[in-house]
Unconditional design. Structure first.
Length: 396
């Protein structure tokens, strides 16, 4: 069981209550094996290099995975940060606490600290160097790389638990959080990865529309249906921070239709505001026009929910049908089947449920569900964003 102290941001970085181990000797330099993988990652096919590097132990990474002495050009640093990021994501350890970290931690909540696993920690520290260099030289390409890295890192870390609410993790006094052993997601550190990186992303890139969309996604309320709140008094401040971020993102870049869908959902679910419907209709049309199937599915599904909440079942069914026609995802299929059964179309309703698993079973992977991925910020774009980042460092 891991027990974690959570403290205000100005508290000490990391304190172990156990005896401090002797400081290890500084590494002598990169191994030949690492340099070969690193060169393959930058100039050849990255996938095999990522797969091999991801299997290295933490101790081996610390001892061998570094740039040669005197090599600190920006292109090499970018590639190093991304290679570590790719490896940490591939072995599903990115953003976790290190395997040998103490059982008692004091976390400052400002970036990633030495208790995080080696790939995320090295990538973070390298990106910090790149941001400082980019700001000092007004290198917009370096800053763009760092901005995209923060979106990837934060979106990936949302998978480790509920997105962190800062007011809950930073009370007026430090508190002891008792984490049962079965709550493995809390103990791994990923919620604290979100906490550590969120404010830094805002600090560096608060005027960037993509980061505003990211920040809004992280603080968006997790209630996913209007019916959950119908008998609850909801203040106008419900989802206010998320609404503000989404509004700012759209003002800066109207093409970010994901921000429109998210803003509309918060307006409808929390406040039942009528402008949510035309906002979703516009987002659906824009997603269709740009062939963005993921967002089109979410917009159509959200319109189905909105009309069902208003007891407009025929219209709800029409939008649910469109969502399912785009992606035969579980949540939309269940919503369509239930709506059909509610309106007396029982036979078709059950058939929709049966078809939901038509491409699954017998070793087939489940169909990705946009409504499930919605909770994880821009994780749904992870492969695409990593590919863009790899293009930035390839061959350099």
């Amino acid at each position: 069981m891991r027990v974690t102290f959570l403290a205000v941001a100005f508290s000490a970085a990391v304190v172990s209550l156990a005896a401090s181990p002797q400081k290890p000797a500084p590494p002598a330099g990169p191994s030949r094996a690492f340099l070969q993988l690193f060169d393959q990652y930058r100039r050849g096919s990255p996938a095999p290099a990522i797969g091999s590097f991801a299997r290295w132990t933490e101790d081996r990474v610390k001892a061998e995975a570094m740039l040669p002495p005197g090599v600190d050009d920006s292109a090499s640093l970018q590639a190093l940060a991304l290679f570590h990021t790719d490896a940490g994501i591939a072995n599903d350890r990115f953003g976790m606490f290190a395997a040998k970290s103490p059982n008692y931690l004091m976390l400052g909540g400002w970036g990633l600290e030495s208790v995080f696993e080696v790939h995320s920690l090295t990538a973070y520290r390298t990106v910090e160097t790149l941001i400082a260099r980019g700001k000092a030289t007004n290198d917009l390409d370096l800053l763009r790389f760092a901005q995209q890295w923060y979106i990837v890192a934060l979106s990936f870390c949302t998978r480790g638990g509920e997105p962190v609410k800062v007011e809950n993790l930073f009370p007026q006094k430090p508190t002891l959080a008792n984490l049962p052993a079965e709550e493995t997601t809390a103990a791994t550190g990923r919620p604290h990865c979100v906490l550590g990186l969120k404010d830094k992303a805002q600090h560096y890139f608060d005027d960037d529309p993509e980061v505003q969309l990211l920040l809004g996604s992280l603080v968006e309320p997790r209630v996913m249906r209007r019916s959950v709140l119908e008998n609850t008094k909801v203040e106008v401040t419900y989802g206010q921070e998320a609404r503000w971020y989404f509004k700012k993102a759209l003002e800066g870049d109207p093409s970010l239709i994901e921000a429109a869908v998210r803003r509309a959902r918060v307006l409808h679910i929390g406040l039942n505001y009528p402008e949510a419907q035309p906002m979703l209709e516009h987002a659906l049309a824009a997603a269709r026009a740009s062939d963005n199937t993921f967002i089109a599915h979410l917009a159509a599904f959200s319109l189905g929910q909105l009309h069902e909440d208003h007891d407009e079942m025929e219209t709800a069914i029409r939008y649910y049908r469109e969502a399912v026609s785009l992606i035969r995802a579980h949540t939309a299929s269940i919503a369509l089947g239930q709506a059909l059964i509610r309106t007396g179309q029982t036979t078709e309703g059950w058939l929709v449920g049966a078809r939901m698993f038509g491409r699954e079973g017998s070793g087939a992977a489940p169909i990705p569900d946009p409504f499930v991925l919605y909770r994880y910020a821009q994780y749904w774009q992870l492969d695409e964003r990593l590919s863009v980042l790899r293009d930035m460092v390839r061959g350099r």
